[in-house]
Every structure is written in structure tokens, then in C-alpha cells.
Design a protein around this ligand. Structure first.
Ligand SMILES: [Zn+2]
Length: 408
């Protein structure tokens, strides 16, 4: 793809593409058309996602109103309780939670929610953004069904600046009120296929949805464009020894819902998948290229050797990446994620600053060229040599990431 073609795809999809919305579907249809232009058969696979429209949400601290967004799927109603800031969820802190509305740092993960719910929290507050940024943006969060597990607690998200103000104010009482309408919507995986000479497949994944404030060229239209670039390069040489399947995943930002759905629905086909190559964020101007491998450790060594031969700077390691490679690895498919990661003082995600300003079309071209070369090596292997045995370290990390086991 030349730079003009790259720029066109980014500009055609330069809008927020939130899970389960018409904009997300519009992007899915657009990507399917792009695949067809390369001669691939492409279709959409829908799946249900729980949604809610927030009708009203408010947070007051001793009568002072604080801008907030209500957590979708966190319930309806109003709760007034003493305020507690919990920077750590250790036993001593949790012992002081009962009957209070608690504010925590960071994301509300499975175990953080379980801990505060079991400790008797009356409600919760999270925050995002940055105290040093000029904006007062607030991300629209969802109490994910696999996190709440049927136990709803009213919660709001606020801006980091207001979080600090709230702690300084030390209110005696805070009130959370939320009204919302829950419903079921649909999200979609876009699947495209270029058959090979055998019945075995290399599966490529990248998500195309965004969070609520982001236009997401970096996270992760860049990965989608990367898949299209690989498709363009490899389709010219088709048929290769391995079939190529490209999955543009929906609802990754809601907890890898698209790739989880695909891996569950197509479980019986996964033994024929030799490798999953996932792209999540490439082509930024600044930052290092990384590979995170959820497969036998030999693949890490192979990537390092391959990159050394190619003269390609990379940091490769064994691990579980918070992206669409994980549901495949969890089903025993050797999986790896490639990404170009910038430091937070250069580029950040899940906010209004993920824009074309952090992207480089020249870097996109270089990243795609590398990825197409690596993919070609794997897809045209006489026998893909990657073993299917998952190291114990990866099995443990998968259990922890997917909330089956608490991190030690
Ligand atoms: Zn992403």
C-alpha cells in the first residue's frame, strides 16, 4: 500500500467505533469491502453484546456536584454513603469498606470488583484522564457482565482532576444516582479468507472498535490496516501452503468479546490453526516494536533470530498480551501479538489524544513490510514448526488474565 492508500483508510474510519453501535458496524462493512478488493471472500459474523443507554447520572459530595458518567450495566437508583478512597485493595483497606462508596485507582478488574463487592461497598467511583491534561474528559465505562457476575453496584467514572479534588475535600457523604436502559445489541467480527494448499490455517487478528473518547487510528485501525497490508502482499502469492484467515474483531475494548466469541464458536476448527498472529497498535512515529508470544518459548528465540537476520529491531518475550491473541492461546493455539509501543509522553490510548498526529505513514509501510515478510515465512512453511504445548508460565498467566486465578 502506498502512503496515499494508507491515509485514505485511516481517514475513512476516523470516528469513534464503540462496541455495539452503528459506527462499529459501519467500520465492519467497510473493512469487509476492503478485503473483497484484494480478492478475499469476506463476511460478518454477528454476536450479542449487553448495552445500556445512560439517561441520567450524578455524583454529589456533601451537596457539591461532580461531573461524572454512570457505569453502564451498573444498575438504576440512588445511594448515599460515606466516602472512602482505596488506593490499595489489601485486607486492612477492604475491612473499612462496608457501607461506603469507594473510589479506586485504575480499572475495575474482576478481582477488584469482587473484593469491594464482597467487602460490602455501597457504590464505587473510578477515574481516568490525567491531572496535568487541559481537558476534563470522562470515558464512558461499562460494568462488564463477566466482572459483575450478576452482582450489580452503582458506579460512576470521573476525571482525574476531580478525583484529587474529592480526596482533598474528604466529604462526609457522597451520593450516586443513575437511571439507564439496558438492552442487547450486536457487534461483529469481520472474517476474510484466502484458502491455501492444505487444510491448515494461519489466523490473523486485529480489533477495529474503540473506546468512547477515541478516534483510534493507533488503537487499533493501525492493526487493521496492517492486516490489509499483509493480505495485499500475500494474496499476490496465493495459494500459499497454509490458508489465511483474517479476523477483524469487534468489541475488543469491552473485554476481548469478539475474539472470545470467535474462539468459542469455531472451537472445533482451532486444531487446524497452526498460528495466530495478532496486531494491536503499529505505525506510530515514536516507540519500539515488540512481540509477545503465548506459545512455546522457541518461538521467541525464532523471532529474535529472524529479526536479527532481517535487521529489524524488536523486543520479543513470552507472555499474555491484553488483546485478541489471548482467547486463541487460551484454546491452545500458538499465538503472538506484534505492536509498536510508544512511551506515554509520546502517545497514549483510550482518550482524545489517539489521533493521526501520533501516526507515521512511513512507519506504517515499514511495519507492514516486516509483518508481511514474517507472515509469508510462516504461511508458506512446508510445516509450521511451532509446537502446541503451552508453557506452564503462560497457562498461569492466562488463568490470571482471564480471572480464573488471583495473581500471587
Ligand atoms: Zn487495542
Amino acid at each position: 500500500m502506498n502512503r496515499k492508500q494508507l491515509r485514505k483508510i485511516f481517514s475513512d474510519t476516523y470516528y469513534t467505533r464503540l462496541s455495539g453501535t452503528p459506527e462499529e458496524l459501519k467500520t465492519a462493512e467497510y473493512l469487509a469491502e476492503c478485503c473483497r478488493a484484494y480478492g478475499a471472500k469476506a463476511w460478518l459474523e454477528p454476536f450479542d453484546v449487553d448495552m445500556a443507554d445512560i439517561e441520567s447520572a450524578s455524583l454529589t459530595a456533601d451537596g457539591v456536584s461532580i461531573p461524572c458518567k454512570g457505569y453502564r450495566l451498573s444498575g438504576c437508583g440512588s445511594v448515599t454513603a460515606p466516602f472512602a478512597y482505596l488506593p490499595s485493595l489489601d485486607p486492612a483497606s477492604l475491612a473499612q469498606v462496608r457501607g461506603k462508596i469507594v473510589m479506586i485507582d485504575g480499572y475495575l478488574g474482576i478481582f477488584a470488583y469482587k473484593d469491594i463487592a464482597e467487602a460490602g461497598a455501597a457504590g464505587f467511583i473510578t477515574y481516568d484522564g490525567n491531572v496535568h491534561y487541559k481537558d476534563s474528559d470522562i470515558d464512558q465505562r461499562t460494568l462488564r457482565p463477566y466482572v459483575s457476575n450478576g452482582v450489580k453496584t452503582l458506579g460512576v467514572n470521573i476525571n482525574a482532576k476531580d478525583a484529587a479534588k474529592l480526596v482533598r475535600q474528604a466529604p462526609a457523604e457522597v451520593t450516586i444516582s443513575i437511571q439507564q436502559k439496558e438492552y442487547v445489541s450486536q457487534s461483529h467480527n469481520v472474517v476474510a479468507e484466502i484458502p491455501g494448499c492444505s487444510d491448515e490455517w494461519i489466523v490473523f487478528t486485529a480489533h477495529y472498535d474503540t473506546t468512547s473518547l477515541s478516534l483510534g487510528p493507533w488503537d487499533n485501525m493501525s492493526g487493521c490496516v496492517g492486516l490489509l497490508g499483509i493480505m495485499e502482499a500475500l494474496s499476490k502469492e496465493a495459494p500459499l501452503r497454509y490458508g489465511l484467515r483474517f479476523i477483524f474483531c469487534g468489541s475488543e475494548e469491552s473485554g476481548l468479546l469478539g475474539s472470545k466469541e470467535y474462539a468459542a464458536k469455531h472451537e472445533s476448527e482451532l486444531e487446524k490453526v497452526a498460528l495466530n498472529i495478532n496486531l494491536d497498535m503499529i505505525g506510530c512515529t515514536m516507540g519500539k516494536f515488540i512481540a509477545v508470544v503465548s506459545a512455546e518459548e522457541k518461538l521467541v528465540d525464532f523471532i529474535k533470530y529472524y529479526c536479527s537476520i532481517e535487521g529489524w529491531g524488536i523486543q520479543a518475550r513470552l507472555g499474555v498480551y491484553s488483546s485478541d491473541s489471548t482467547p486463541f492461546a487460551d484454546k491452545g493455539v500458538p499465538a503472538l501479538s506484534f505492536a509498536r509501543i510508544a512511551t506515554p509522553n509520546q502517545a497514549t490510548i483510550h482518550n482524545r489524544y489517539d489521533t493521526m498526529a501520533v501516526m507515521s505513514m512511513e512507519q506504517m509501510q515499514k511495519d507492514i513490510e516486516f509483518l508481511a515478510g514474517f507472515s509469508m515465512t510462516m504461511a508458506n512453511a512446508v510445516k509450521c514448526p511451532v509446537g502446541r504445548e503451552m508453557p506452564e508460565k503462560i497457562k498461569t498467566e492466562l488463568d490470571e488474565y482471564l480471572g480464573r486465578k488471583r495473581k500471587e
